[in-house]
Design a protein around this ligand. Sequence first.
Ligand code: GLN
Length: 380
Amino acid sequence: MQSKLPNIGTNIFTQMSQLAAQHQAVNLGQGFPDFPVPERLIVALARAMNDGQNQYAMMTGTPRLRQAISDKTERCYGYRPDADTEITVTSGGSEAIFNAVQAVVQAGDEVIVLDPCYDIYQPAVALAGGRSVHVPLDAQTFAPDWQRVRDAITAKTRMIITNTPHNPSGAMLSEADMHELAGIVQQHGLYLLSDEVYEHIVFDGARHESALRYPALRERAFVISSFGKTYHCTGWKVGYAVAPAALSAELRKVHQYNTFCTFHPAQAAFAEMIEQEPQHYETLGEFYQQKRDRFRAQLADTRLRPLPVPGGYFQLVDYSAISDMDDLAFSRWLTCEHGVTGIPLSPFYEAAPDGQRLLRLCFAKSDTTLDAAIERLRRL
Ligand code: GLN
């Protein structure tokens, strides 16, 4: 049989989680919180199930949740998407990304991705019959080089995918970046897929530059968000896409025949959370900043060198003072021999920079988990 995805195996997050379990390692690999979800969410979910909201939801998402998302988007980014025509609730940010790509990428099209990038984009592009064109971010700062992006554009380029705050590096696009990006998508008539699932996890008073703030971007963009990241429930798989009505209509054609609708009782719970407890997302940055700062202070006692983390919940560390192993070998060795699991960076690249010695550690963990990891890392 000829595989449609010949180069795809089990992803690095699953591989490392399995290895961590085998070796009882402290798992700072796969990005998921190990602390509880807000109590209100659990209560509201149980209530929705008891109240009988257990059948198919509306294909596009419940009206109440779409309204809550519209209100929240206006509060956060000064733009009020139409709840009926511009917001689609999906089974996680992942489904929204897949749908957006299938909706607009045609056979033979090219899609620009910025390396290192999350592993979900390229297979979606391949299944649409398109080709991912990888443009590297700066190896130190993970900032885009817009000239290199411009140089990669051809007559076949259909879409560019951005991610801010960025997985794996935590780098964030600046206002100047957004203006550059707007110039590019306008000039070349490209669609933008803006993956903003870490939108509320931003530090040091920085502003998250959502594509929704910029008219020139949002008129060509699918903006993707995830409740899993915001409400500590990555396993619930609920997210959404905001896009202009014409683009949303195309995305919904895919969504309708992909999952049709998203887990109904959770939609009631998220609507209640957004309406009743906006302080949760308003203070999420502070919550994670404390974790980041505490973890970085602890890392100072190890031979790992932490890189700056402007946003998101991943800390990159340079391990070159400890070992010259490549990152796949190092992450296995660290798990098997020292009981701490991180994620190597090379799987996020088409071609990783030579000699890069970086590991991604997730700090969306309880203090107990992080302390246990540091205890082991200090011995390196
Ligand atoms: N988003 C998660 C991460 O970056 C991975 C999710 C998955 O395992 N597919 O760690």
